[in-house]
Design a protein around this ligand. Structure first.
Ligand SMILES: Nc1ncnc2c1ncn2[C@@H]1O[C@H](COP(=O)(O)OP(=O)(O)OP(=O)(O)O)[C@@H](O)[C@H]1O
Length: 300
């Protein structure tokens, strides 16, 4: 079942068209990476899903219910972490989650148990300082705990790792993977290695619409191996290979790359190396990375 479907959304701000026939769907239980360059329309899409921005046309459904602008009924299924979450900084994490539980009408017993469970999930269970002393990463972690408090079916995070160092990023990614046990996860990002690390599904937004989407496996299979690299001991041998085989390029004097996905070509080149007794240092098949695909999509 689809937890979220975004169908043919158009949105312009004045004359600026931001979303143009945007469609994608997020299956229940997935960790979905919504990828796009700065200004591609990721935040606009998320705010439209939350009913905070009115689409010009199109439809969005969360858990089978239609989202309408200004009405927040579908948000009972959603937990949201904005790119820069705001907190009452004089509170401790526990006080903050208790407060959030109270204002959303949760039972006291439930607040207690969820607070313990979630602070443990995000590694803040022993943190009794006020939020004002927190690092960005700690604030993001607390933001995820707050977003999960009401047991949402869908957790939406807007660029949760963008401003963090590698350790902070890893912590957030680990938490998102753990959250998968209790909710479907949709997060926006422009960091492709984060997507490769944890996502089961991905969609690339470009020019206001989805350029590629699907499971990581499907996307990789659509774009198989991208070629191979060969490193030789001697630069004359590299020149010899280039003069015999077309499609090669020099990376350095002794290091060549062939942008061929045809495996026979690699075997032919290796056969030639053996036959001519050239000294081979290294050979490596190049896989299509999300980064190379993304650059292809955005025309770089
Ligand atoms: N309220 C608004 N009025 C006018 N233009 C807007 C408004 N909100 C967003 N935009 C424009 O829409 C485009 C998409 O913005 P959006 O914030 O959705 O992109 P994004 O993909 O989230 O980018 P970033 O990664 O930089 O946050 C940008 O050109 C932005 O300037």
């Amino acid at each position: 079942m689809e937890m979220l479907t975004v169908s043919h959304i158009y949105k312009a701000f004045g004359k600026k068209k931001v979303l143009s026939d945007l469609s994608f769907s997020v299956p229940e239980g997935s960790v979905f990476g919504f990828v796009g360059q700065n200004g591609a329309g990721k935040t606009t899409t998320m705010k439209t899903i939350l009913g905070l921005i009115a689409a010009d046309s199109g439809e969005i459904c969360i858990n089978g219910e239609s989202v309408s602008y200004g009405q927040n009924t579908t948000n009972r299924y959603v937990g949201f972490l904005p790119d820069v979450p705001e907190f009452y900084s004089y509170m401790t994490p526990k006080e903050y989650l208790d407060f959030c539980g109270e204002i959303t009408g949760m039972e006291t017993k439930k607040i207690k148990s969820r607070t313990v469970e979630l602070l443990t999930l995000v590694g803040l269970e022993n943190e009794n300082r006020h939020i004002k002393g927190f690092s960005r990463g700690m604030k993001q972690r607390l933001g995820i705990a707050q977003a999960l408090l009401n047991q949402p079916k869908l957790l939406i995070c807007d660029e949760p790792t963008s401003a963090l160092d590698p350790i902070g990023r890893k912590e957030i990614l680990d938490i998102l993977v753990s959250s998968k046990e209790q909710t479907t996860v949709l997060f926006s990002t422009h960091i492709l290695s984060d997507v490769e690390r944890i996502c089961t599904e991905v969609a690339f937004i470009n020019d206001g619409k989805i350029a590629i989407s699907g499971t990581l496996e499907k996307i990789r299979n659509m774009h198989p191996a991208a070629g191979f690299e060969i490193e030789l001991e001697h630069s004359e041998d590299a020149d010899k290979l280039l003069s015999v085989f077309s499609g090669g390029k020099k990376l350095t004097e002794r290091h060549l790359t062939f942008n061929e996905s045809d495996e026979l070509k690699m075997i032919e080149v290796l056969g030639f190396i053996v036959e001519q007794k050239l000294s081979l240092k290294k050979v490596e098949r190049l896989e299509t990375t999300l980064e190379s695909l993304f650059l292809e999509v955005v025309g770089e």
